[in-house]
Design a protein around this ligand. Structure first.
Ligand SMILES: Cc1ncc(C[n+]2csc(CCOP(=O)(O)OP(=O)(O)O)c2C)c(N)n1
Ligand SMILES: [Mg+2]
Length: 363
């Protein structure tokens, strides 16, 4: 899928179904699958709201018989899915392809007795050829592809895909953006959690660990996508120290109006720093040139104002909700650069590792 906006799990499911040529969906919505039905309609799938899941599954499987390609049957968790089992068993016996999509309780509530929690994947195994729960948003397209393929090949039949409620609204970065990153913790941790999905879509401080490369790399990426892959976005994730090495290139970005999104992960320092109050207390104790830890930078520095000084958009955020909002706005501003200055706990550190060499610079 090529998307420039942050995508939700519901959209990923809908687009994955469209990519597999699924044209019809029958079902009954409720928490947590309403968004999946809406996303399916937006993606061009015809949705028919039925009155009982059993009939919905009979209908979806009949489309499979009539057209040779499976339709989807969308049901809610627990009782919704259980009602669909009759339709799944029937389509399996008839050799009619059908894809049943079942909402389920949030993944992090598994075994805790969540609302309508039921061992859905295990249950469906007896009524289908394939029963699986994608383990992350990125896995959805390949699980959908496998389900559709399995439903048609060999002896056709029913396939089941389980969708935890928290997947439906979970947002992912657009999967075709170019990620640029530099810093120490910011880049190291970023390498594990900010995934790129295509080759040559990640640039960072690399083997030589050179700070100051990020903005130049981001400008280059924005120029290349402008002429060779219009619409793709460049997201540049910078430590606050790393940003400082080439921060004035923000003026270049604004001068050429390059729609780069810079995210400064601000912990007031190199590796870590002081919060504002500790910094003020320390200043009372003496000359910062003598006592300030060499890693510290000015607390709560307003890097987003550098972007605003040249006409770009700036955001100063403290909470995940504010960050999500700033990201949404930045991704929808397709022609303006943005800088999101994200304050994090200045003392937070890498996780303690089993092998100390993994975090040898233990500042
Ligand atoms: C040109 C250059 N100067 C200095 C360094 C040493 N150095 C390594 S990472 C880093 C900055 C790390 O701080 P930050 O970018 O804020 O990332 P954080 O670890 O705080 O997330 C510095 C100065 C370097 N790698 N390259
Ligand atoms: Mg830092």
């Amino acid at each position: 899928m090529a998307s420039q906006e942050p995508v939700t799990g519901a959209q990923i499911i809908a687009e994955a179904l469209v990519a597999q040529d699924v044209k019809y969906m029958f079902g009954i919505v409720g928490i947590p699958v309403i968004e999946v039905a809406v996303a399916a309609q937006v993606a061009g799938i015809k949705y028919v709201g039925m009155r009982n899941e059993q009939a919905a599954c009979y209908a979806a499987s009949a489309v499979g018989y009539l057209t040779g390609r499976p339709a989807a049957c969308l049901v809610v968790s627990g009782p919704g899915l259980i009602h669909a089992l009759g339709g799944m068993a029937n389509s399996n016996m008839n050799c009619w392809p059908v894809i049943v999509l079942g909402g389920s309780s949030d993944a992090n509530q598994e075994t805790m007795g969540a609302f309508q929690e039921f061992p859905q994947v295990e249950t469906c195994r007896l009524y289908s050829k394939f029963s699986a729960r994608p383990n992350c948003l990125e896995a959805i397209p390949s699980v959908v592809e496998k389900a559709v393929r399995t439903s048609m090949y060999g002896r056709p039949g029913a396939c089941y895909i389980d969708i935890p409620g928290d997947f439906v609204n979970k947002e992912a970065l657009p999967n075709d953006c170019i990620i640029v990153s530099e810093g120490a913790n910011t880049m190291d941790i970023g390498r594990t959690v900010l995934q790129n999905f295509y080759p040559r879509h990640r640039l960072d401080a690399g083997t030589f660990g050179t700070m100051g490369v990020g903005l130049g790399f981001a400008i280059a990426a924005a120029m290349v996508v402008k002429y060779e892959a219009p619409g793709k976005r460049v997201v540049c994730v910078e430590g606050d120290s790393a940003f400082g090495f080439s921060g004035m290139e923000v003026e270049t970005i604004c001068r050429y109006n390059l729609p780069i999104i810079i995210i400064v992960v601000n912990n007031n320092g190199i590796y870590n720093g002081f919060d504002e109050e500790s910094w003020a207390n320390m200043l009372e104790a003496g000359d910062p040139a003598s006592i300030a830890p060499p890693v510290s930078l000015k607390p709560n520095a307003r890097y987003e104002q550098v972007m605003m000084a040249f006409g770009g958009k700036g955001y100063f955020v403290h909470t995940p909700a504010e960050l999500q909002q700033a990201l949404n706005s930045s991704f929808s501003d397709k022609n303006v650069p943005s800088l999101i200055n994200v304050m994090i706990d200045p003392q937070s550190d890498r996780k303690t590792q089993e092998f100390p060499w993994l975090t040898r610079s233990n500042l």
